[in-house]
Structure formats: C-alpha cells, structure tokens
Design a protein around this ligand. Structure first.
Ligand SMILES: O=C(O)c1ccccc1N[C@@H]1O[C@H](COP(=O)(O)O)[C@@H](O)[C@H]1O
Length: 232
C-alpha cells in the first residue's frame, strides 16, 4: 500500500511526512492561487529535502498545461514523478513521456463528481494510450472544485471507473484514518496501488503533521503493512 501525502511547503513538513512512513510527498507548482503553491526553486529545494530523508520521493503536483514549463521544473528539481491534477489534454501526457527524463512516472488524475461521473470520461483511454503510468481517482465538488476537496468518493463509482481503465491507480478524496473500512471493496481491487491524502494528514495548525499522517498510514496499511514498492 503506497501512501502519498500532498502539499508540503516546508522542510519540516517533508520530514514529518517521511517520519510517518509515507512513500511520496506532493509539491505543488502551477496551482494558481493554491495555498500550498511553490515557485520552481522551492520545489527543487524541498525535493532535495525529501530525497535526503532516504525514504520519501517528491512528486510534482500541478494543474499546469505548458509542457516546456513542467519539463523545466522536473529537470531543475530532478523529479521522477509528476501528477497532472487538472484538465490537461492527453497530448501533454504524450509530450512528457517523449521529452521527460527516462523513467519519469506520470500520474494522470481522473475526477469523480458527486453523482459518480468521471469528469474526464471520454479521455480515459487516450490518457492511457498517451503513456500515463498510473491513474489517480480523486473527487470533484458539486461546484466543480478539484484538489483537496476533503470529499470521499462512492466506492461503487471508484470500482466502475477502475473497470474502464487498465493501469494501476491511487485513491484520493477525503481519505483518512476513519474511513478505511468504507473502501474494503476497493482495497481488494488488484490494481489499487495506494492512497493520496491531503486534509487528513494535517494537524490543528493546518500543516502536514507526523501524528496525523501516521494515523492514516496505520489505518490504511493495516495487515497489508509494508511500505509501497513504488517508492524505491
Ligand atoms: O491539496 C490540494 O489542495 C491540491 C491542489 C491542487 C492539486 C491537488 C491537490 N491535492 C490533491 O487532493 C487530493 C486529496 O485531498 P483531500 O485528502 O481530499 O484533502 C489528493 O489527490 C491530493 O493530491
């Protein structure tokens, strides 16, 4: 069970996430107006801090659509993971696959609305053909908001979406220590690779917090116990 925690803005948060036993830490860049958005040089600095922990890998999380800009951030920070969290076209996935560093892991996010419909529905197969490595199923709010909605998906809608895909996937959207059992059917899915968490990994001050992240890790890894294989 791979665990990613999203939205670090300081080295202390990166270390807290690593200390909680997670595998991946999300660093935002190109999330205009987002409270945890970082400049490219800050992404590079925090990516270095993540690598120095020896256990947690940095992930560029972005709404950006400009391939040249994203490739420059990936290159400057020496990143091996990018998470396309917005409504980027399949051609961006193709371009990152073609021009990105060898081994770059491209995660394309698909959003489920409150009725269980996938907002990127017609493009799902195209993202896979374009060279995405992983999908990430997250929720969209009724008003169209995406990213850290804190809203959980209906497990049946997750399974329906999984049935329309072939790649491994991560689960996100209001994931916390309290709701692991709601997703028992999803946990049994052979292509579920792990979870991605923002809100529930934050402490009372709103910063990423070792105790809050550890509670999520313990609840979701359970007897499946081991650290995610994709972190190495
Ligand atoms: O965390 C954000 O606000 C965010 C902004 C832009 C892109 C992605 C973002 N986070 C993603 O939100 C989900 C989970 O959030 P939550 O646990 O429901 O609060 C996850 O995929 C993060 O990568």
């Amino acid at each position: 069970m791979l665990v990613k925690v999203c939205g670090a803005t300081t080295e202390a948060e990166v270390r807290a996430v690593a200390g909680a036993g997670t595998d991946l830490v999300g660093l935002w860049c190109g999330v205009q107006g987002g409270p945890h958005d970082l400049a490219a040089d800050e992404v590079a600095r925090l990516a270095g801090a993540a690598r120095r922990t020896g256990t947690v890998e940095p992930v560029l999380v972005t709404f950006g659509k400009d391939a040249g800009r994203l490739l420059s951030v990936v290159s400057e920070a020496g990143l091996s993971w990018v998470q396309l969290h917005g409504f980027q076209p399949p051609s961006l996935v193709r371009r990152l696959r073609r021009d990105g560093p060898p081994g770059l892991r491209i995660v394309k996010v698909l959003h489920l609305d409150p009725a269980g419909r996938c907002l990127q529905g017609p493009l799902v197969a195209a993202y896979e053909r374009a060279g995405a490595d992983l999908l990430l199923f997250d929720t969209a709010a009724a008003d169209g908001r995406i990213g850290s909605t804190g809203l959980s998906a209906d497990p049946a809608a997750v399974l329906d979406l999984a049935a329309r895909t072939t790649l491994p996937f991560l689960l996100a959207g209001g994931i916390g220590a309290h709701n692991r059992d709601d997703f028992e059917t999803v946990l049994d899915h052979p292509r579920l690779l792990g979870i991605d968490v923002d809100s529930a990994a934050r402490g009372p001050l709103g910063t990423l917090d070792a105790e809050a992240a550890s509670a999520v890790v313990r609840a979701w890894r359970g007897e499946r116990g081991v650290r995610g294989e994709a972190a190495a």
